[in-house]
Design a protein around this ligand. Structure first.
Ligand code: OSB
Ligand code: MG
Length: 369
């Protein structure tokens, strides 16, 4: 694959509403769009997902820029790639920094699919024409606000509702929600807000018929999650603890969870995401695609990944309207009856709305390869 030029753009977009989790509040989303050109008229797009603060993982917007400019792009300059699978191999000497790696690898996957004249979904081996989607709802000021948000989401047909919980805003809230929505598919995400000392409290969640509880314990733990899973009926899903196929293999062996949330950024790119998918398919672990409050380019990558067969549970890939007044892609991501139609055009399958992207661009740099 010939690579001629990279354009690195720094964007800043404001979410319609602040998104509140147990670890903090996000409203301004700073990120990079990476454009990779082949010199033959094709351009692949990637989007970085690290937040401004290192609350979810250790990476930030600034560490992403440092990794891209000082390590990852220089490695690409001296590498010859034949397939996007090569990207994670040439990046192997760089420890972790998975979100920075994934941003650039995503652009190369899009470029590859465009050069092959197939959709990114097909290039990855996906087969779905439509995907089922859920929505993640942040912590709300009052129960009334939360119930209204859930009603709005059900109106759009979202296939499952994920609610953020934290100590002091958990079991009582969920009981209230469950009594309003007895048959809705509901799950809770704690973003590591509890410890094993809370085991008796967490076990109360079993009465609520939740699809799963996501990442109740520490971000870097898989041992105590295994102890908790043995004591709870509700399936545990790991998010923050999973950075690689190796992590999944160990979590599977220990029995730390029954479900894996795959985020392309957290695991270092689509190639590793696909390897995790394949392992989970072989071992009957259910998977779904998580979100990082992405703009359209990141969402497009998530949609393509979700077309792989073991993505059997609805992901957090809500529509553009859920996040943004206007998105950087056209058409925007639209959810109808809880489904997204998978684009069939080459690559990510969405056009970039250059005018809107320019509006949100703080700066851009061209880097020859
Ligand atoms: O834990 O999945 C998470 C958002 C920011 C950081 C972490 C998480 C989330 C979400 C929302 O739950 C995902 C989305 O709607 O894109
Ligand atoms: Mg999560």
């Amino acid at each position: 694959m010939p690579l001629k030029k990279i354009v690195l753009r720094k964007l800043n977009m404001r979410l319609k509403n602040p998104f509140i989790t147990s670890f903090g509040t996000t409203q301004d989303k700073e990120f990079f769009v990476i454009e990779v050109y082949d010199g033959e008229g094709n351009c692949g797009y990637g989007e970085s997902v690290a937040f401004s603060e290192p609350w979810y993982t250790e990476e930030t917007v600034k560490t992403t820029q440092h990794m891209l400019e000082d390590f990852l792009i220089p490695i690409l300059k001296r590498s010859r790639l034949t397939h996007p699978n090569d990207v994670s191999k040439v990046f192997q000497p760089i420890r972790r920094n998975n979100m920075a790696k994934a941003a650039i690898e995503g652009a190369i996957w899009d470029l590859y699919a465009k050069r092959e004249n197939v959709s990114l979904s097909i290039a990855l081996g996906g087969d779905k024409k439509k995907i089922e989607v859920g929505i993640s709802i942040g912590i709300q000021p009052t129960i009334k606000d939360l119930i209204e948000k859930i009603e709005d989401a059900l109106q759009i047909g979202y296939k499952r509702i994920k609610l953020k919980i934290k100590p002091g805003a958990d079991i009582e809230v969920l009981r209230e929600v469950r009594s309003h929505f007895p048959d809705t598919a509901i799950m809770a995400d704690a973003n590591s807000a509890y410890s094993l000392e809370d085991i008796n409290h967490l076990k109360k969640l079993d009465e609520l018929n939740l699809m799963m509880i996501e990442q109740p314990l520490a971000h870097d733990d898989i041992v105590e999650h295994a102890k908790l899973q043995k004591e709870m009926d509700t399936p545990i899903c790991l998010d923050e603890s999973i950075h690689s196929l190796e992590d999944v293999r160990k979590a599977f062996e220990l029995g730390s969870c029954k479900i894996i949330n795959i985020k392309i950024g957290r695991v270092g790119g689509l190639t590793e995401a696909k390897r995790i998918h394949d392992f989970c398919q072989e071992h009957q672990m259910e998977v779904w695609c998580g979100g990082m409050l992405e703009a359209g380019i990141g969402r497009a990558h998530n949609i393509a990944l979700t077309t792989l067969p073991q993505f059997v549970l609805p992901g957090d890939t809500a529509g553009s309207q859920n996040y943004w007044e206007k998105d950087i892609i056209t058409p925007e991501v639209v959810v109808e009856q809880g489904m997204i139609e998978v684009p069939i055009k080459p690559g990510i399958g969405f056009e970039i709305n250059k005018k809107i992207m320019d509006e949100f661009t703080e700066w851009k740099k061209e880097i020859a390869i």
